[in-house]
Design a protein around this ligand. Sequence first.
Ligand code: PGA
Length: 261
Amino acid sequence: MKKRTPIVIGNWKMNPNSLAHAKQIFIDIKTGLGRKKRTTIIAIAPPFPFMEAIYKLNVREQVELWSQTIAVHEAGAHTGNVSLAMAASVGAAGVIIGHSERRAAGESDEDIAAQITLALKQSFPVTVCIGERERDCEGAFYSFLETQIETIVAAVPKRKLHLLTIAYEPIWAIGSGAAATPADVQEMKLFIQKYIADRCGRSALTKVAIVYGGSVTNKNADALIREGEVDGFLVGGASLRASEFISIIDTVEAYVQETIS
Ligand code: PGA
């Protein structure tokens, strides 16, 4: 089976507080990465006001800039919103959609479908987040996740499946310091893949990448990637610490190189 492209995305959320600090973190990441060629796609999603300045620092472009979200509209009277075209014009090369913090702020499945449609219309890669708030013994969270996956799959035309990454991010693991176990990550990856295969055919599995997010650190990344068998990570807190973020990227890259050869 053809390998999906591995990816590590750093989601800076509403951090850091100043442009000067954001530039410093980015420079530290770029310097730490050096010129080494990697198979893994590396992306950072900074807050919108920092995007252009960081884009200008991104010489040799070994890091992609991603947008943390986009508006559900293409343009117009939507105070406070940022459109895909705006984000693209200051360097965004991909979009995170449906992060649980966006969902908690009111984004519905319909909004998420609209954002996916807008981004894919411009052939933008999207990483769409799913994840349960808590795990019940009866397993009701499985059907909750199925509804989230269905919304995504229904919004992605078959010929655009290669632009889709699904991030499994259980809400209880985000920012809590308690990541899912590697065994749980592997199980959820297989669960998502089964749904996709049933719905879109087995060949879709070579196209749709699946990553994990939720308290990924340089300590747990190795076990999560090896035993979880995911295609990479969506990293929050640790992506603001340059050396830790690079160590997570290198862990993914080492695994990718081992499994390629
Ligand atoms: P965390 O965040 O790594 O800080 O847990 C992950 C995310 O919300 O994408």
